[in-house]
Design a protein around this ligand. Sequence first.
Ligand code: SAH
Ligand code: SF4
Length: 314
Amino acid sequence: MSNLPSGLRKGLEQDALFSRLKLEQRQVSVDGTVKYAWRLRDGSVVESVLIPEKSHNTLCISTQVGCRMGCRFCLTARMGYRRDLAPDEIALQALHVIEELGDRRRVRNLVFMGMGEPLDNYTNVVKSIWILTDPLGLDFSQRRITVSTSGIVPMISRLGMELDVGLAVSLHATTDELRSELMPINRRYPLGELIQALRSYPLSRRRRITIEYLLLSGVNDSREDAKRLVSLVRSIPVKINLIPFNPSQPIGFEPTSETGIIAFQKILTSTGLTAIIRKSKGRDISAACGQLHRELAARSESVEQSALSLQPQG
Ligand code: SAH
Ligand code: SF4
C-alpha cells in the first residue's frame, strides 16, 4: 500500500490489524456438516462448524481455546482453558467460511456455540459482533446471531442491555443439586438467579429465549425433571431445544433413548411449551455439540499467520 500517504500508513500500522486464520483441516460429514479447524497465531487450534439445513446454513463459531467452565459432559471442558480468542479471531471464522461459500447470504444464522463460554470472553465477543454486524463489514443482522451461555448471570444482563442478539441458555438440570454437579458454574450462579436474569432479559424483537436441555439417561430425563422444567420456565417466553447427548470418548454418561426423548418432549408440549428435538449433526467427524476438542500441543513455530501488521514499504 505504498501508494498511501505515509501518515495514513503509520496510523494503520498502529490501529489496524490485518489478519487471517490458517485453515488447518476441513472435514465433511456424511450429512453435509463441515468442520473447520483454524490454527491461530500462537499455534493453538479452534473449530467452527457449518451446519446445512433445508433452506439455509447455520455457522457455529468458537470464542475461546478450551473452556474453564468444566461441564462434566463436554469434551471442550476436558481441554481445560488456554486463552480467550481476540475479536478478529472470532469474526474471521465467519469471514473465511463466507469467502469459501462465495456469498454472505449463504450463512443465515451465526451461533456462538463452538468451543468456549462466550460470556466468559465478553468484551471480545461483543467486539466481534460489532465487526460481524457492521454495514461496512459482514452486515449480519443481530437477530440472526445467537449467543449460547452456561449461565454467567451478570453478563447475561449486560448482553441484554448492550445488544439485540438472541440468547440461548444451557440449562440441563432442574435442581441446584444436579446442576451444580453437572455444571460447576451453577455453584456461583444458582438456578434462582439464572431464571431471574432470564425473566428480566429484554425481549422486544427477539421474542423468545432458547433453553437448551441436554438429555442424559437416568440423570436428568425423568418425568419429574420434565415437570420441574415446565415450572421453572413457565413465566418466561422460551423455546426449548432438547439435545441428544453426543458421546465421543468415555465421559461417564449415556444418551437418553429416542422414545425417552419423545416422552420427555410430550410432557413439555402438553403444557403448551415449544420443545424441539435438536437433530445431531456431524457426529462422524466429531462436529456435534460437545464434541469439539483439540489437543493443545502448541506448534507456534509452524504458524503461518499472514501479515499481522502492515510493514510500510520502502
Ligand atoms: N459454552 C456455551 C456454548 C458452547 S457449548 C454453552 O455451554 O452454552 C454448546 C452446547 O453444547 C451447550 O448447550 C452444551 O451444553 C452442549 N453440549 C456440551 N457437551 C455436549 C455433549 N456431549 N452432547 C451434546 N451437547 C453437548
Ligand atoms: Fe464450556 Fe459450554 Fe462445554 Fe460447559 S458446555 S464446558 S460452558 S463449552
